[in-house]
Design a protein around this ligand. Structure first.
Ligand SMILES: Nc1ncnc2c1ncn2[C@@H]1O[C@H](COP(=O)(O)OP(=O)(O)OP(=O)(O)O)[C@@H](O)[C@H]1O
Length: 622
């Protein structure tokens, strides 16, 4: 099945608050929804030994060629062909662990730049499941960029002028990126000049590439000198060949398994045709599988904290001695996890950046680190239409099916606050023949990976999720996000709301976010109204009382709205913030901002002085 097309569907979506009164008179399939799919226990519940035996058997029967691919097809052979074709994402088939996804395997004889491999290139860059840039960059590029602290960075207007390695420029082209997003316009020169960095921007504005592109590009120039020795991939046999110790140059830590595998996917793309070998380690999947990957060499390690600690405790397997860069993704989420002692060097914050995370940055980063913030921390953007609908708790299920059946079928994420609620809503929709799947933290890792994969491929275009899936998930053509339960303040409040709705309307695309609201959500009401006002959304009648006194929707000055998450630095610095240079002229914005000109006043002259691949001073592992 092909991916759902965002633009047509987004244009076809009516205002959701008109939708709940429509009773379903047709089946979901008559309405255009895909057939529902059962979870395939036969494939997913195989033991590791069964999979290994199957792979060994298929290796024997394979007539030359790529034996791993034969094994992959074999392991999925119990699925119908149509399902197989639809489920291949980046070369992975059902039952494969995401950490085993194909990476570019460098060989000594390649010289400086590796040759192209069309099949791998297709897997990495050719997928219809990658998020494609939408048409409305303007609404992202218009957002003001703020720099805090002593260092001022001049943004670049294009990738070409960012001083990137030629292979990185090629990979950026293959990925289809034409111009840097505002956050990328600043992070590229900042990393190039060797600064530690705290970066923060709206959901879906390219933060992952904002740290990957400049860091990997710097490492590419020096990989041969810096990287640890590794075995020849052509002759390496897991468990038989001599394993090497993984000694990454770049470590990326993030809070969830789904995010880790997604960053791994993006890293695989940007490392294409270079000797930088990425690996991904995360909880819930078999350690031996991940050990086999590390044993082939690892220059970029993407990890969730628990599994990383496990491996750090085994110094013969993983050493951080060579580390040059460290990135903490979703840093505000990470600070709760007792990790502050280990977190150093570069920090790329999440779309919200709370005080605890900022304190952590102040504690660990070099004194002259840069802080770059695109828009208000925790703000959303105009490309997401936000509808709030009054629904009593007892009516939510009915309202949900009515809503789904009143809109054109579209890839939809439904958020609930509890695992039990997630199971219940999944059962309810599934029993009504809706093509849904679900994810929460009590599911096995195989179930989690299957669920994300089948949502990504639109085999199950409806995903019901607890907040475990809220952060960072980047799935093409998620047109509609439904907050079945709004996140009360004890469930992350307005920050969580913003992360959830940010699964749609990514990178210039449009999306709809519908939230069910009733008196139980009143603790969120005030912040919700301000968030709606900020992007000029419609305020429903039952929330108009909460509009700040004197503020006229659509006309009021949104900068007067007070948000709890506003930067403490701004307040503390007493207006030291330099703002309003969008750096995004190349995105087609006519902001009137100078975008990289003289607006910044004098450059600091603190270039950091680093040549390619050199670490900036005083940091972790330096
Ligand atoms: N310059 C660019 N041009 C086109 N697409 C881009 C560009 N930069 C990033 N993207 C794509 O935009 C999508 C969103 O990027 P990413 O997931 O990094 O967003 P994010 O800011 O981290 O969002 P979140 O806060 O939700 O995690 C990705 O699919 C990425 O490949």
């Amino acid at each position: 099945m092909s991916a759902w097309a965002t633009e047509d569907l987004a244009n076809a979506l009516p205002a959701a608050n008109e939708a709940t009164s429509t009773a379903p008179t047709r089946t979901p399939q008559e309405h255009g929804w895909a057939e529902k799919q059962n979870y395939n226990y036969a494939v997913y519940n195989k033991s590791n030994k069964e999979i290994a035996d199957q792979r060994a058997a298929s290796k024997q029967t394979a007539l030359g060629g790529d034996t791993d691919h034969v094994a992959i097809r074999e392991s999925a052979s119990e699925l119908p062909d149509s399902q197989l074709a639809g489920d291949a994402v980046g070369g992975l088939q059902p039952g494969d662990w995401s950490s085993n996804a194909a990476v570019y395997e460098w060989q000594e004889e390649f010289g400086d730049v590796g040759p192209r491999f069309p099949e791998l290139e297709q897997q990495l860059f050719g997928s219809e499941f990658h998020v494609k840039m939408g048409l409305d960059f303007k609404n992202i590029a218009e957002i003001s960029v703020y720099q805090e602290g002593v260092v001022r960075i001049q943004p670049v207007l294009s990738f070409a002028e960012a001083g990137l390695h030629p292979v990185m420029l090629d990979n950026i082209k293959l990925a289809g990126y034409r111009v840097p997003t505002p956050i990328q316009a600043y992070t590229m020169p900042a990393v190039h000049q060797g600064y530690d960095l705290v970066a923060c921007a709206q959901t879906g504005s390219g933060k992952t590439a904002a740290f990957l592109i400049p860091i990997l590009s710097k490492l590419m120039g020096k990989a041969k000198k810096l990287a640890a020795p590794r075995p020849n991939p052509a002759t390496f046999i897991p468990g038989v060949s001599q394993a090497v110790r993984a000694e990454p140059l770049l470590l990326i830590v993030c809070p969830t398994r789904e995010l880790a595998t997604q960053i791994f996917d993006e890293t695989r793309r940007f490392c294409y045709r270079t000797m930088l070998r990425p690996c991904c380690i995360y909880g819930g999947s078999p350690i031996p599988e991940q050990l086999n990957q590390l044993a082939k060499g690892c220059d970029v390690l993407i990890a969730t904290p628990g599994r990383l600690c496990d491996f750090i405790d085994r110094p013969h397997i993983l050493s951080l001695n060579r580390l040059r860069y460290m990135v903490i993704d979703e840093a505000d989420e990470m600070v709760g996890a007792d990790w502050d002692q280990e977190l150093k060097k570069i920090m790329s914050g999440g779309a919200t950046f709370n005080k605890a995370a900022r304190d952590l940055a102040n504690h660990h980063l070099a004194m002259d680190h840069c802080k770059i913030r695109v828009g208000r921390a925790g703000s959303t953007h105009k490309n997401i239409k936000q509808d709030i609908v009054w629904v009593e708790s007892s009516q939510k299920k009915k309202a949900l099916i009515d809503l789904l059946m009143s809109l054109p079928p579209a890839r939809t994420m439904i958020f609930v606050n509890s695992k039990r609620g997630c199971d219940e809503v999944d059962d309810y929709l599934f029993n009504l023949n809706m093509p849904c799947t679900s994810i929460h933290s009590d599911r096995t890792q195989r179930e989690r990976e299957d669920s994300i994969r089948s949502f990504r491929t639109a085999r199950c275009p409806i995903l019901i999720a607890t907040p475990v899936a809220a952060r960072g998930l980047d799935i093409a053509n998620v047109v509609h996000v439904i907050n079945y339960d709004l996140p009360s303040n004890s469930h992350g409040g307005i920050e969580e709301y913003m992360h959830r709705i940010g699964r749609t309307g990514r990178i210039g695309n449009h999306g709809l976010a519908t939230s069910f609201y009733n008196e139980r959500d009143s603790d969120l009401g005030e912040m919700l109204v301000k968030t709606l006002l900020e992007t000029n959304q419609e305020i429903p009648d039952f929330l108009t009382d909460l509009i700040p006194e004197g503020f006229v929707p659509g006309q009021g000055d949104v900068s007067t709205l007070k948000f709890e998450m506003d930067s403490d630095d701004e307040a503390e610095a007493g207006g030291d913030t330099s703002a309003d240079a969008a750096g995004g002229g190349a995105w087609g914005a006519t902001t009137g901002a100078t975008g990289g000109g003289d607006a910044w006043g004098a450059n600091t002259g603190a270039t950091g002085g680093d040549a390619w691949g050199a670490t900036s001073g005083g940091g972790w592992g330096a």
